[in-house]
Design a protein around this ligand. Structure first.
Ligand SMILES: *Cc1c(COP(=O)(O)O)cnc(C)c1O
Length: 373
């Protein structure tokens, strides 16, 4: 069998082990400790936000963000439809009601037009969760203007977009809260983990409190609120500190991969790359293509790549098309134009692993081009 070429697998560098060793040497394996404190500090500095809480997952970070907004049962939360289910599962944990918002074609992210229509129908919605899909920043100015008009907090799901910027500012730092993920396939990984970030100290202090079982300040174990076990361990944070040293390099590699694909497909009108935001800089976490004319089905390309042991993925299947979310309301970009369903039907994610060699890239490109020549 050929060597496997991955979609986006962990890339480690050695510094991770130095930070882990420090934790072992000081017998500070768990629970919190210097690596957690420093990982929070270093990440907050990197994305330029004052407060950050390191957590066990990005999903947990979204859950805490919703909990901090004190949602009540049946409160409405608007969320991008074209995303991974982790963006909206926490809405269900809180027994709130997700309402799905379509993408717009320019960036594949939350459509301001659809969001506006959603607010017309549900002016008392309690939060908006907007995703920066595949590392491309959303149209933040437009989305934030609408949130401000209705005085509703924006939670940025920046799980896929760490390091990406919009008008020079890091994604995740625009909304009232932002969430990051360090899951195994993300641009940097801690093996698994996440972070909640905000400009408001009180929110992040409260997140740390809730994430450590909500223990009141008393000698005995006293609780006045329901807590969670969502904190990141000191070992895991050590991996994150080592990875963060290489985030710039990972981004540069991802950007190069995107450019390689773009140039290789430039002469094929039927094949377009995933769009970037002209007002921002993507981290190019995953490079995707969309087939313009419907002559080739993405499944055919995925089958051909898999036959050569090359990992690829469909586009996220939109949440409004998921059996588990059947029956919840959905606002398409335009009345008769369902953008996310169309991207799902015609697109696919190409291998974007930063360990891909030029030969790997040539091999992938040759197989994809073969369908259009
Ligand atoms: C990965 C991901 C998450 C969840 O992060 P975990 O750390 O795996 O819990 C949330 N939202 C999006 C868009 C993601 O891609």
């Amino acid at each position: 069998m050929n060597k496997r070429i991955y979609l986006s697998s962990p890339t480690t560098h050695g510094e991770e082990q130095k930070f882990i060793k420090e934790a072992f040497d000081t017998n500070w394996v768990a629970p919190l400790g210097a690596n957690v404190d420093n990982f929070e500090k270093e990440m907050a500095e990197y994305i330029n936000i004052p407060h950050a809480a390191a957590l066990s997952s990005g999903t947990g970070a979204i859950h805490l963000a919703l909990r901090l907004l004190e949602l009540k049962q049946n409160d409405i939360v608007f969320v991008s439809s074209l995303t991974f289910s982790a963006s909206c599962n926490p809405i269900m944990y809180e027994k709130a009601i997700p309402v799905f918002i379509d993408s717009e074609p320019d960036t594949w992210n939350m459509s301001p037009k659809a969001l506006k229509r959603a607010f017309k129908k549900y002016p008392r919605a309690k939060a908006v969760i907007a995703v920066h899909l595949y590392g491309t920043p959303a149209k933040l100015d437009e989305l934030m203007a609408i949130c401000d008009e209705y005085n509703v907090p924006l939670i940025e799901d920046a799980a896929e977009s760490l390091g990406a910027t919009y008008k020079g500012q890091d994604t995740g730092t625009f909304g009232r809260m932002g969430i990051l993920s360090f899951n195994g396939n993300k641009i940097i990984t801690t093996s698994g983990g996440g972070m909640l970030v905000s400009r408001e100290k009180e929110l992040i202090d409260n997140a740390r409190f809730l994430a450590t079982q909500a223990r009141d300040p008393a000698r005995h174990y006293q609780h006045s609120q329901v807590g969670f076990n969502y904190r990141m361990s000191n070992i895991v944070a050590g991996i994150g500190r080592g990875q963060l040293l290489h985030l710039d390099e990972h981004m540069a590699r991802k950007q190069k991969i995107y450019q390689q694909y773009k140039e290789a497909f430039a002469d094929i009108p039927a094949l377009k790359m995933n769009p970037l935001n002209k007002d921002g800089q993507a981290n190019n976490w995953l490079s995707c293509v969309i087939i313009e004319d419907g002559l080739v089905n993405p499944d055919q390309i995925m089958d051909a790549l898999e036959a050569e042991n090359i990992e690829c993925r469909p586009i996220w299947k939109p949440m409004h098309q998921q059996p588990v979310f059947a029956g919840y309301d959905y606002f398409p970009h335009k009345k008769e134009l369902d953008i996310s369903a169309d991207i799902f039907a015609r697109g696919l994610c190409l291998p974007s692993d930063i360990k891909n060699t030029d030969e790997d890239m040539d091999k992938i490109i040759k197989i994809v081009r073969g369908f259009f020549e």
